[in-house]
Design a protein around this ligand. Structure first.
Ligand code: GDP
Ligand code: IMO
Ligand code: MG
Length: 458
């Protein structure tokens, strides 16, 4: 109509360029790409070590989900650091670490972790840390409730989940039921925050009458934490947008927990409460899928699991014990012994279906150095027939029979290997088999705890 024509004419609005189809879109249109590192098993695959390796060149290292249920170990110059809420990249003085909106933050835990690592020599971490204002808070009572829920599960069903008792499930429940409190609420009107905090406590007390909370004491502490946190807080979405669309930047996303612990795709209900697969990187940081670049899956050369739940390749025998002791398989967060078994390629392939790994980091190959023979789970059978998918139902998963391939052990110390050619032929054969079976190239092979104990294949 005429009116519209005159308006457009008057303002001389430039015409928007037609959107290019995705394969024509240049990098400059889409902005920088982020590299994502994800666990491909049940956690503790060595994500911290892989992130540390990449973080030496990164401008930003971001956490997008989970909380301090994670425990990521980094060993640099003989010093061992363990990170729970802080991104492992915090060790690099030249990079910025970001805790995204998808993470649930226990503030006492965060500051305790920072202070502990400061004593080990980590300097200036508070200046390098950015926290999203949309991230939800984990309160002390969420952690108490986590314990109460475990006791209840044990009483009702004769088993619990074996959570880390860090309040992760209850905090994500508060978020989903829309009664949770976020960083922006804590930094806003404190009177309003206090009212909502009291309501939330009451809600939990009505569910768990034995729960006692010293509300005034909690609020006093939270007010103090708020002031220490304030300088680090930003609008996470805008911060990421600027990082993606400014000059070229290397941005790393450090996944916590792992595919088989994912709330949607893991061995439910024996899982954690967030999306630990690639979608969590978008929702947990507020970034578009087109900005996802490489997705690196981290898998151990065998399998471990902490807590309860089905584990088809578990070895409840001398092999399992050997992997546990040689691999020092003890939880970083809870100190529990990890359950151990053969590498299960059914689960790694399943993790690849969901995440679309561009490459794999295979860690802890050195732990297998002393074995006479090594088995790898390659398929599951139900009633004698191979099944093509990973079962959703835990009763079914408990019933599967694992089909194994057996490889001769290399019986050689690989810990000093730094190149592909330094590895014994039998170890090379084991690695090539894994690569071909998953259908994803293996980019790194880990042969020890330290930063330098990593063979880069390409
Ligand atoms: P994350 O949660 O995935 O970061 O892994 P954790 O830190 O919980 O557990 C992995 C453990 O294995 C840590 O103690 C690491 O130091 C150690 N580790 C990582 N890669 C290797 C490796 O290639 N060889 C050996 N021997 N240890 C490794
Ligand atoms: P990283 O990042 C191993 C497991 C717990 C439990 C279940 C639910 O170090 O790989 P939660 O406290 O999250 O409600 O517990 O999930 N779990 C992990 N196991 N590594 C982790 O993290 C884990 N995070 C959660 O043991 O079985
Ligand atoms: Mg861990």
């Amino acid at each position: 109509n005429d009116d519209r024509k005159t308006k457009l004419g008057k303002n001389k609005q430039p015409r928007l360029r037609r959107e290019r189809s995705s394969w024509q879109r240049r990098r400059s249109d889409a902005g920088n790409k982020v590299t994502v590192v994800l666990g491909a098993q049940w956690g503790d695959e060595g994500k911290g070590k892989v992130v540390d390796l990449l973080a030496t060149e990164a401008d930003f290292v971001c956490r997008c989900q989970g909380g301090n249920n994670a425990g990521h170990t980094v060993v640099v110059d003989g010093k061992e650091y363990d990170f729970h809420l802080l991104p492992s990249g915090i060790i690099n003085p030249k990079s910025i670490s970001l805790i995204g909106n998808g993470v649930v933050i226990h503030l006492p835990g965060l500051f305790e972790e920072g202070d502990k690592n400061e004593k080990k020599g980590l300097k200036g971490w508070e200046k390098r840390l950015i926290v999203s204002d949309r991230a939800h808070l984990v309160f002390d009572f969420h952690q108490v409730v986590d314990g109460l829920q475990e006791t209840e599960r044990q009483a009702q069903e004769g088993k619990n989940i074996g959570t880390t008792k860090k309040g992760i499930g209850p905090a994500y429940s508060s978020k989903a039921s829309r009664t949770g409190l976020r960083v922006c609420d804590l930094l806003g009107d404190f009177k309003d925050f206090s009212t909502r905090f009291k309501n939330l406590v009451q809600q939990y007390q009505s569910m768990y009458p034995s729960l006692t909370v010293d509300v005034e004491d909690q609020l006093k502490k939270l007010k103090e934490y708020a002031e220490r946190l304030r300088p680090m807080v930003r609008d996470g979405v805008y911060y990421m947008y600027e990082a993606l669309h400014g000059p070229p930047k290397k941005i790393l996303v450090e996944g916590a927990n792992a595919a088989l612990l994912d709330i949607d795709f893991g061995t439910y209900p024996f899982v954690t409460s967030s999306n630990c697969t690639v979608g969590g990187a978008c929702t947990g940081l507020g970034i578009p899928p087109m900005n996802i670049g490489d997705v690196f899956g981290v898998a151990k050369a065998y399998t471990t699991r902490v807590g309860i739940g089905a584990f088809p390749t578990e070895q409840l025998n001398a092999i399992g014990e050997l992997l546990q002791t040689r691999g020092h398989e003890v939880g970083v967060t809870t100190g529990r012994k990890r359950r151990c078994g053969w590498l299960d390629l059914v689960i790694v392939r399943y993790a690849h279906m969901i995440n679309g790994f561009t490459a794999i980091a295979l860690t802890k190959l050195d732990i297998l150095d002393v074995l006479d023979e090594i088995k790898v789970g390659v398929a599951y059978k139900l009633n004698g027939k191979r099944i093509p998918h990973f079962p959703a139902n835990m009763d079914v998963l408990h019933k599967v029979e694992v089909e194994y391939e057996t490889f001769p052990g290399w019986k050689t110390d690989t810990s000093a290997a730094r190149k592909w050619n330094d590895l014994p032929a039998k170890a090379q054969n084991y690695i090539r088999f894994i690569e071909n079976h998953i259908g994803v190239p293996i980019k790194w092979v880990g042969v020890g705890k330290s930063r330098e104990c990593m063979i880069q294949m390409f």
